[in-house]
Design a protein around this ligand. Structure first.
Ligand code: G4P
Length: 535
């Protein structure tokens, strides 16, 4: 039964059973496959293949947007919540494509730890490196899953070395593989000193593991063969004498990553990964506030922040969901809370646990949980919510747009067009600017060009509006302050510098080059040209 009050102690027990993590990887390393296999393992979904078929007919639970299905790539982050061995796990699935890194960034801010998936044949790739940097900035503990061991891959010693040298984090294996590809024989659990044997099975339909004791157990040779066993014993000897031993405190501090080996496609190595997530990964941690304080997760007053807004997840209802990460206390259905930015109260009448596109009513959520608030009114990404005890979490930085386009409506559905553009802006997919003179077509700024395709595609499928994006020769947008707001008073701007207003009517200039910006600054010394609007 849900009561209005809860003791700090009871809350602490519940919070200790929460694990909220994100999976990051370079595209194709196997993030979607791993996500699906984790959900299957946890019993959160029932059929493999039914939810993730071949790439051409891909329909992953977490890939719900039309374009994602067509292209087989993840473009939005999703929350997937499920229960496992007495733990409530919230998996934040992040977009793999680099053009959507801002969405990934926000999901990482809402997570307490991360699983980094690496392709055993490819090692650390570009997108992994970038995402790792974000994790490092937020001091997120990272478990590394080296995937695709069923295929020929690189020497595991070399991979460990690459993690350390390219990412600058100590790599401590939690288990160690015996061979790769056709030779893959299983993994050795370094702490437990047991071996999980891998038995080949078509597309992982069968999960067959045998446990044996110790590196020297003769059974290993029976399974893996003489050569693989000899090589395995050699390399485990090297890693144990010259490598890092897993240190929980170092992992929690983000200075060391615990490494596990497996094959998501063959269902191999999931159990050790999930064990590590429940036994090693942190429960919700204190959250920093804007004024340098910390909010303890077991504090009994509710606080949280919005890290994502998504419209039209459910086509039947055409509603809008704000994803809230609960940071302290409990979020109860029908609770009244305050939006710190607007100073306005809102009532949480429709609160949901999210599972990709699906959702179930959530009468109660505690720190660590992700709650979907449906049609909550004027909530924006980064908004802090609190009840009883005012708090303001640190702001969520926006990525500066790098590509700009004029969004042209090609039919006459102006109202739907405006609604759609506003919605995509609220979701943080685009930044919108309105030309100071000439034409009503908005200029949209995005972080990656693929977002242009998403704009047109979503306007069509969700608002039945035809629009196209025409390129605009701009390199950066800057906010102008310290002048009258009259564009004619600015000097040194030629026709290539587009003057516009942001949604709140603040003047901006879109410059075609860094040089043009520098020149304008020189000509207008009393004017401030800033990368972000003034608060
Ligand atoms: P992503 O989300 O990180 O982009 O990767 P995704 O899971 O889509 O996997 C990319 C490809 O790698 C898929 O093959 C998938 O089947 C394969 N894969 C994932 N894990 C493993 C593994 O442990 N072993 C092997 N051998 N392959 C793995 P695809 O051919 O691109 O697509 P599909 O037709 O299989 O869907």
């Amino acid at each position: 039964m849900i009561t209005d009050s809860i003791t700090r102690r009871d809350l602490a027990v519940q919070v200790s059973k929460r694990r909220t993590f994100a999976i990051i990887s370079h595209p194709d390393a196997g993030k979607s496959t791993l996500t699906e296999k984790i959900l299957l393992y946890a019993g959160a979904i029932e059929l493999a293949g039914a939810v993730r078929g071949s790439k051409s007919q891909r329909h992953v639970v977490s890939d719900w947007m039309e374009m994602e299905r067509q292209r087989g790539i993840s473009l939005t982050s999703t929350a997937l919540e499920f229960d496992l061995n007495g733990f409530r796990i919230s998996l934040l699935d992040t977009p793999g494509h680099q053009d959507f890194s801002e969405d990934t960034y926000r999901a990482l801010v809402a997570a307490d730890s991360v699983v980094m998936v690496i392709d055993a044949a490819k090692g650390i790739e570009a997108q992994t490196r970038k995402l790792y940097e974000v994790c490092r900035r937020h001091r997120l503990p990272i478990l590394t899953f080296v995937n695709k061991l069923d295929q020929p891959g690189r020497d595991p010693l070399e991979l460990m070395d690459e993690i350390e040298t390219t990412l600058g984090i100590a790599a401590a294996p939690l288990n160690w593989p015996m061979g790769t590809g056709p030779d893959f024989g299983g993994v050795f659990d370094i702490e437990a000193q047991t071996v999980r044997m891998y038995e080949r099975a078509y597309k992982g339909e069968r999960r067959a593991l045998v446990e044996v004791a110790g590196v020297e157990d003769p059974q290993i040779e029976e399974f893996a063969g003489e050569r693989v066993t000899r090589e395995f014993r050699e390399s485990i000897g090297i890693i144990q004498s010259a490598g890092h031993t897993f240190d929980h405190a170092e992992y929690l501090a983000g200075r060391q990553t615990g490494v596990l080996f497996g094959s998501a496609l063959s269902n191999f190595g999931l159990e050790p990964l999930l064990d590590a997530l429940t036994s090693l990964a942190p429960s919700p941690r204190p959250r920093p506030t804007a004024d340098g304080g910390l909010v303890e997760p077991e504090a009994t007053t509710f606080s949280g922040f919005v890290f994502k807004i998504q419209a039209n997840m459910d086509r039947r209802h055409r509603d809008r969901v704000a994803f809230v990460r609960v940071c302290s206390g409990r979020l109860l259905k029908d609770m009244v809370m305050t939006n710190a930015r607007l100073g306005q109260e809102i009532r949480a009448t429709r609160t949901y646990r999210m599972f990709g596109r699906d959702r179930v009513t959530s009468p109660e959520a505690v720190a660590g949980d992700i709650v979907g608030l449906v049609n909550p009114g004027r909530l924006g990404i980064g908004d802090t919510l609190w009840a009883d005890q005012p708090v303001q979490f640190a702001a969520m930085p926006r990525f500066p747009p790098e590509h700009f386009g004029r969004l042209r409506l090609t039919d006459s559905r102006h109202k739907q067009f405006d609604d759609g553009v506003l919605q995509l802006e609220e979701e943080g997919l685009i930044q919108v600017f309105f030309p100071a003179r000439g034409g009503r077509d908005p200029i949209v700024g995005v972080v990656g060009v693929l977002q242009f395709d998403v704009i047109a595609s979503r306007l069509k499928s969700e608002y039945n509006v035809s629009a196209r994006v025409e390129p605009v020769n701009a390199h950066a947008v800057v906010w102008v302050s310290g002048h009258t707001g009259d564009p004619d008073q600015l000097k040194g701007l030629d026709y290539t510098c587009l003057q516009a207003l942001d949604r709140d009517g603040r003047p901006v200039i879109l410059f075609p080059s860094a040089w043009a910006r520098q020149y304008a600054q020189k000509e207008n010394p009393g004017v401030t040209l800033a990368d972000e609007p003034r608060a």
